[in-house]
Design a protein around this ligand. Structure first.
Ligand code: ADP
Ligand code: ASP
Ligand code: MG
Length: 457
């Protein structure tokens, strides 16, 4: 059995849906389980409607909902789905009635909570999977629509809820058992779940990858396939550097590092469930289903290139804490990190000197609370509009002169922080946002002048 996850672009319109059908038909013998994102940009549009309503623009929000609804009907109808008084039309209409009620409530209340954001966003995946289920049926592929909220049980950290793995695994086994026995193709919503009390949650933007990995791990799938809009995991974001090459195989560690430092192609936590069960993950291009994509496995492959790929995250904030008083004192770092822990804000990159610590954060909603606390420890200054650029490769630790290559590539760019752990598979630089495209291109040119054909295409 295999898990096939389709991202937003891979189900965005009738053409994409046709490709989806071909991909599943061709894999019928491998007992696919379908996991789908919302169609195209639906999640963004639903959240935008919610924000618009909460800002008091009720009519604009309702108009946006009408457009989202029409788009779903239009694309489904091109393929003969939702063309009459069938269950698909009924379900879509019923969902939009609920969404409209939510939007009206928001405009009366004038406030949007994370919990309501999740309720809104959940409709994207619920809509797409209703359409996919009927499409498969029409194709002569018996399918069963599942409810991810009965299977993915999470805590109540709305908008980025954490799946509770034991409960989730038990629920998955319970709900999938009979369906798998029936031989039908299960169709499952990515991204959504619910709390133990039954409140709908989402597991973070891009979370459908994680849903697929959790399912694959719980059910002992033979392969987890992430179908997307690029050839696989590339040497860097092809939108930034069009010459980026496909990576044929990459290790779990490398892929996790890349995802964590911003390579949107994979949700950062996707790898974890797969690693636990040693299940291979493939990243594949839904526009070119016959290509081999990228294989992520527990074993790294020998590679001449020290760097496998370059990831980046922009809009980062650097927090510097300086304290001569605390110089060399133990417990200093602990106190700093406790503050970040208290506000549940993750720190990405850390660099220390004798008298100061620099940290980067992605999320700034709690920043001023954090700074207030940090000021009790030392002098604090904050700098926004920074970018993290991260070179990843298992081989970095073995090859000499890697930093030399990187520094030459970045010679005209001010580097604010550098970090490389002793056993780490990455070297990370923090630079100004405005120099980011130049930095990524320069590093890519420098590290992929010559390429190891065993690893890159
Ligand atoms: P999906 O909707 O299928 O989940 P995403 O938009 O989340 O797709 O992720 C795919 C996108 O990730 C690509 O279009 C590409 O621009 C971006 N990306 C960033 N870094 C990389 C990389 N190293 N390799 C491939 N794609 C990358
Ligand atoms: N639809 C969700 C999002 O846009 C989840 C996903 O696509 O993975 O973030
Ligand atoms: Mg994604």
């Amino acid at each position: 059995m295999i898990v096939c996850k389709f991202g937003g672009t891979s189900v965005q319109d009738a053409d994409a849906l046709n490709r989806f059908l071909q991909i599943i038909s061709a894999r019928r013998d491998r007992h696919p389980i379908v996991v789908s994102s919302a169609m195209g940009k639906t999640t963004n549009h639903l959240l935008e409607a919610a924000q618009t309503a909460a800002a008091g623009k009720k009519q604009a929000a309702l108009d946006l909902l009408t457009r989202i609804k029409e788009k779903h009907f239009k694309e489904a109808q091109k393929l003969g789905v939702a063309v009459g008084d069938d269950w698909v039309s009924e379900t879509i209409n019923a969902y939009f009635k609920e969404i409209r009620d939510l939007v009206k409530g928001l405009s009366a209340l004038g406030e949007l909570t994370p919990r309501i954001m999740d309720a809104m966003a959940s409709y994207g995946e619920r809509l797409s999977t209703v359409i996919l289920t009927q499409l498969l049926e029409n194709q002569g592929l018996p399918a069963q629509l599942m409810d991810a909220r009965e299977c993915i049980i999470t805590d109540d950290s709305y908008t980025r809820a954490n799946p509770l793995f034991d409960l989730t695994e038990a629920a998955i086994l319970e709900h999938f058992g009979p369906v798998l026995q029936s031989g039908k193709i299960p169709v499952f919503q990515g991204f959504i779940g619910r709390t133990r009390d039954g409140i709908t949650t989402t597991i973070g933007r891009g979370g459908s990858d994680l849903s697929a990995a959790i399912l694959g791990a719980a059910l002992g799938a033979e392969d987890i396939q992430i179908w997307t809009d690029v050839d696989g995991i590339m040497t860097t974001d092809p939108r930034m550097v069009p010459e980026a090459r496909r990576i044929k195989t990459i290790s779990f560690d490398e892929a996790a590092e890349l995802a964590y430092f911003g390579a949107k192609v994979l949700h950062p936590a996707t790898i974890i469930p797969a690693v636990h069960k040693g299940i291979p993950v493939h990243v594949l291009n839904s526009y070119k289903p016959d290509q081999e994509g990228t294989l992520i496995t527990d074993q790294g492959q020998p590679c001449e290139n020290p760097v496998k790929a370059i990831a980046y995250k922009s809009g980062i904030t650097v927090v510097n804490v300086a304290s001569t008083r605390m110089l060399m004192a133990y417990g200093f770092l602990k106190r700093i990190f406790e503050i970040f822990e208290h506000f549940k804000v993750p720190v990405d990159v850390v660099a220390t000197s004798e008298v100061s610590v620099s940290l980067t954060v992605d999320e700034t909603s709690k920043l001023w609370d954090i700074v207030t606390e940090l000021k009790k420890i030392g002098e604090v200054n904050v700098e926004g509009s920074k970018s993290i650029v991260c070179c990843v490769g298992e081989n970095l630790r073995n090859v000499q002169g890697v930093l030399h290559i990187a520094f030459i590539a970045l010679q005209d760019i001010r580097i604010q922080m550098i970090s490389q752990g002793a056993s780490a598979v990455n070297i990370t630089f923090v630079i100004d946002d405005e120099r980011l495209p130049e930095a990524v291109r320069a590093l890519h040119d420098a590290f992929f002048k010559i390429i190891d054909k065993r690893v890159f295409e």
